[in-house]
Design a protein around this ligand. Structure first.
Ligand SMILES: [Zn+2]
Length: 537
């Protein structure tokens, strides 16, 4: 990182003398960095500790801290879709990480592809965006410049498959069994450099690795809470509840499975990104290329320990270093003057509810037993009153069988009243939303628009629960996201270039604005179907 910082001092001095009015050259490489479950405070709270990639991005970036995902359900698949496609997830039909498909009558993964085969390993799932009839930033770039290359990569399959648009040149993701794979939707074989990487990657060697703090313990006590905190997940050496450093891999645990919940995954992702840049000559062919990188392990760690834990603080300190290494590598190979970076997240997240309450907020964990009881009572009462069940239920989501309801001469409101009566008695369920009311404008709550942006004509359930502010379903430990509230929708957005001076822009923007803004920046027309609009850089 020192080399880059030194270079900047010279460039700034030179600029001052003679180059003040030179417009930055059009980028030949877009690097899209998406950190799973990154809240804005994870950049601001540790700002003065960052010396690597976050440092460079903040110091050379326009930071939007009032950026929101304007949809809910705020989870990984829809969040990545908003970023990469510039469209609300409901419209394109990507309404969850997996969801009940009313036509197929089964739960489908959001990147499920029954026609595809796994490439690069014998184990894993073949994934793609085949089922969606739309295009994203990666596709717009390739349409305008047929020579452009689009490569997306991430720990999670949905992260990699969504971030590159519908038809990237390559999407790479982890198969949870020690290999980074793709599907034949993208390629017939892995590029040689990725096969080489897989051969050398010895996940088993992580068996005895210990996750320890990168900085002295005192620094963590100054910036995060105590290490042993009731509510964190303890998945290592857990005969006595002890969610503390160091964190290793239990003797009976396969290290390739816990890899998704450790900072080391992100270090391997950075290695793959560097190899992709070098071997695919990204950013060196005139037409702009897109490299999209998702940091999926950050999500697992935030789920386990929460944003105010020492563990998450350390994961961000480490990611800052890894990103510094990547940016330095890009400077050496491509030249930072040729690159535009985007840093954002697919959703935010709630702190551990115990921490929320300790700090005077309202919150809690929804007791799964109470939910299960309420669901059973609804089923029983509906059968008792109407003679049979007139819906398909997926968790707390109800898909009404309208034909049977009509035939039985029943009003849907009668079913709703029973469902609402039982489920809203569960602590943490705010209310049951009715799809039709949201569509026809009868639902006027302030979160109505976020829910509306998630609606899909077929696949959205007719009746579904809205969680209460501050409540989560994680039980008894850990935290999560998914709600329509600001703690889940607010994410950082930074657009950085070497020439930019770091500054904050207080404007309210939406994550669907990112793709059209970058398109416009590259001289590409924004498609009419885009829901976002260009923001000023
Ligand atoms: Zn996520």
């Amino acid at each position: 990182m020192k080399k880059i910082l030194l270079g900047l001092v010279c460039a700034a001095a030179l600029n001052h003398m003679s180059c003040t009015n030179l417009a930055p050259r059009s980028p030949s490489l877009v690097v899209m960095l998406v950190v799973d479950q990154m809240r804005p405070d994870l950049l601001t709270r540790f700002d003065h500790l960052y010396e690597g990639g976050f440092r460079w991005l903040i110091d050379h970036g326009i930071s939007f801290n009032d950026a929101h995902h304007e949809h809910s359900y705020t989870v990984t698949g829809p969040g990545h879709a908003a970023i990469a496609f510039g469209q609300h997830p409901g419209k394109i039909g990507l309404i969850g990480n997996s969801y009940y498909d009313r036509i197929k009558k089964k739960n489908v993964n959001c990147v499920e592809d029954p026609y595809a085969k796994v490439i690069g390993a014998t184990q894993g799932k073949a994934r793609s965006m085949r089922q969606y009839d739309t295009k994203g930033l990666g596709d717009w770039i390739k349409e305008k410049n047929p020579d452009s290359k689009v490569i997306s990569l991430g720990g999670k399959d949905r992260t990699a498959c969504i971030l590159g648009g519908k038809d990237p040149d390559l999407a790479i993701y982890y198969n949870k069994k020690g290999k980074f794979i793709s599907s034949d939707y993208y390629v017939d074989e892995l590029p040689f450099w990725l096969s080489d990487f897989n051969e050398k990657l010895d996940i088993g060697s992580y068996k005895d690795s210990l996750w320890e703090r990168s900085l002295p313990e005192k620094v963590y006590l100054d910036h995060a809470r105590i290490d042993h905190y009731e509510g964190e997940v303890d998945d290592y050496d857990n005969s006595v509840y002890s969610p503390v450093f160091p964190i290793g891999v239990n003797p009976q645990t396969d290290p390739s499975s816990v890899f998704m919940d450790r900072p080391w995954l992100e270090r391997e992702i950075i290695k793959i990104a560097k190899m992709a840049i070098d071997n695919e000559s990204l950013g060196r062919q005139g037409a702009p290329d897109l490299l999209a990188i998702g940091f999926s392990a950050m999500d697992g760690m935030a789920h386990n320990y929460g944003p105010f834990s020492q563990e998450i603080m350390d994961a961000y300190i480490k990611l800052d270093r890894y990103l510094g290494d990547l940016i330095e590598h890009i400077n050496d190979g491509v030249g930072l003057e040729n690159v535009v970076f985007v840093l954002t997240a697919d959703h935010g997240g709630l702190p551990l509810p115990e921490y929320v309450v300790e700090n005077g907020g309202k919150g809690g964990r929804i007791n799964p037993k109470h939910i299960a009881e309420a669901l059973t009572w609804v089923d029983e009462e509906c059968e008792e009153v109407f003679g049979k069940k007139l819906y398909h239920r997926d968790g707390g989501n109800y898909f009404l069988d309208m034909a049977r309801i009509k035939k039985a001469n029943i009003r849907p409101e009668q079913i709703y009243e029973i469902i609402d009566g039982y489920l809203t008695k569960v602590d943490g369920i705010e209310r049951m939303a009715i799809k039709q009311d949201i569509l026809n404008g009868r639902d006027t709550s302030n979160i109505n628009q976020r829910i509306k942006n998630m609606l899909h004509s077929e696949n959205t359930p007719d009746i579904f629960p809205i969680v209460a502010y501050g409540y989560i379903s994680s039980y008894p430990h850990g935290t999560t996201h998914g709600s329509p509230y600001d703690y889940d929708t607010n994410v950082p957005v930074i657009v950085a270039r070497e020439e930019f001076k770091g500054r904050e822009n207080p404007s309210r923007i939406a994550t669907v604005d990112i793709a059209p803004t970058i398109a416009k920046y590259l001289g590409i027309d924004i498609p009419d179907y885009c829901d976002g609009k260009e923001f000023e850089l």
